[in-house]
Design a protein around this ligand. Structure first.
Ligand code: RRO
Length: 308
C-alpha cells in the first residue's frame, strides 16, 4: 500500500511531481493526471502570465540539473481553471502559487478560496531565479509578513515550499515562525539556488540567464533535501505535515525521504528526464522495497530513521 494522506486529502500513491517539472501547460497537467502520480502539482503561478527568462534556461547534467526558468507560467486563473479536468480524472490537485509580491500572493490566494477543486495550495517562498527578487525563504521577517497576510484565508489547506537551509540556527528560526501558523504542510526543498555549471571545453556557462547561475536539482541535492526533511520533522509541530522533494531518482530515494519524515514525496529533475512514466516505475520500486522489508504501509517506517 503506497497510499498516503496530506492536508486531509487521500493520495493513492505518496509520489507526485515537484512544481515546475512538466506541469506548465494543459497537456502537461493532463499527462500527469493520467499517470500513476498520486497527485498533480501545478507550475508556480503569478497574477499575470509570464514568459520567463531567455533560453537556454534548463540543462541536464550527469548529476542532476540546473535551471533558471524565471517563473514562466500562464497566470493563476489558467491553473485554477485546470482543476476541473484534473478532478474529472480523479486526481488530487495542489496549486503552487508564487506571487511576485506579498500583495500578489494575497490576491491569488484570496480568489482561489472559492475553487473547491483545488485540494491544497503550495505557497512557493523559494524561487531562486527571478532577477532582482531575493528568495523570501531566506528573509525570515518577510516569511512572517507573508504568512500574516494570508492567514485569514482558510478554506483551502495551505503549505509553504522552502529553500534549503544549511545551519541549525536557521532551521530553528524558520521552524519557530512556521509553528505560529496553522499550516497544513511544508515542502522541502526547492532547488539549491545560484549554483554555477560550466562547460570546460567551450569555457562557458551552460544557461543564459543571470550569467549562468541557477537552481540545482537531482542526485547532488538529495543529502541536503533529506537533512531539511529530517530537521523540520524534528522542529515543526506534529500538525504540520512534510512533503519531501530533492534527488528522487529511485524507489529507494522515496523510501529515504519517508524515513526522514516525509508524508508524500515529489519528483523534479528525474521527471524532466524520464517523463511521466517515472511514477509507475517509482511506485513499483517502492512497493518491492517495502515487500522485501515486510512493510505493508508507509506508516510502518515514516519518520523512523535510526541514529547511532
Ligand atoms: O521558474 C523557476 O525558475 C523556478 C522556480 Br519558480 C522555483 O521555485 N524553483 C526553481 O528551481 N525554478
Amino acid at each position: 500500500m503506497l497510499s498516503s494522506q496530506l492536508a486531509g486529502i487521500e493520495f493513492a500513491s505518496c509520489i507526485m511531481n515537484a512544481s515546475g517539472a512538466r506541469c506548465t501547460t494543459a497537456e502537461d497537467l493532463q499527462a500527469l493526471a493520467r499517470s500513476e502520480a498520486g497527485a498533480v502539482v501545478s507550475k508556480s503561478c503569478t497574477l499575470e502570465a509570464r514568459e520567463g527568462n531567455p533560453s537556454p534556461r534548463y540543462v541536464d547534467t550527469a548529476w542532476g540539473s540546473i535551471n533558471s526558468m524565471g517563473l514562466p507560467n500562464k497566470g493563476w486563473q489558467f491553473y485554477s481553471q485546470e482543476a476541473a479536468q484534473i478532478a474529472d480524472l480523479g486526481k488530487p490537485y495542489i496549486m503552487s502559487v508564487s506571487g511576485l509580491t506579498l500583495e500578489e500572493n494575497k490576491i491569488i490566494i484570496a480568489q482561489l478560496q472559492e475553487n473547491q477543486q483545488v485540494g491544497a495550495i503550495e505557497l512557493n517562498l523559494s524561487c531562486p531565479n527571478v532577477p532582482n527578487k531575493p528568495q523570501t525563504g531566506y528573509d525570515f521577517e518577510q516569511v512572517r509578513r507573508v504568512l500574516d497576510a494570508v492567514a485569514e484565508f482558510d478554506a483551502i489547506p495551505l503549505g509553504v515550499k522552502l529553500p534549503p537551509y544549511f545551519d541549525f540556527v536557521h532551521f530553528q528560526n524558520v521552524a519557530d515562525i512556521l509553528n505560529q501558523y496553522s499550516l497544513a504542510f511544508v515542502t522541502c526543498i526547492n532547488s539549491i539556488g545560484n549554483g554555477l555549471v560550466i562547460d570546460a571545453e567551450s569555457e562557458s556557462v551552460v544557461i543564459k540567464p543571470k550569467g549562468g547561475f541557477g537552481g540545482l536539482g537531482g542526485d547532488i541535492v538529495k543529502p541536503t533535501a533529506l537533512a531539511n526533511v529530517r530537521m523540520f520533522r524534528q522542529l515543526l509541530k506534529p500538525e504540520i505535515q512534510l512533503v519531501g522533494c530533492g534527488g528522487v531518482r529511485t524507489g529507494q530515494d522515496v523510501f529515504e525521504h519517508i524515513l526522514c519524515g516525509a508524508d508524500v514525496v515529489q519528483v523534479g529533475t528525474q521527471l524532466m528526464q524520464e517523463g511521466v512514466g517515472v511514477f509507475a516505475r517509482l511506485n513499483a520500486e517502492l512497493q518491492t522495497l517495502m515487500q522485501r522489508k515486510g512493510y505493508t504501509s508507509i506508516a510502518d517506517f515514516k519518520g523512523k530513521l535510526k541514529t547511532l
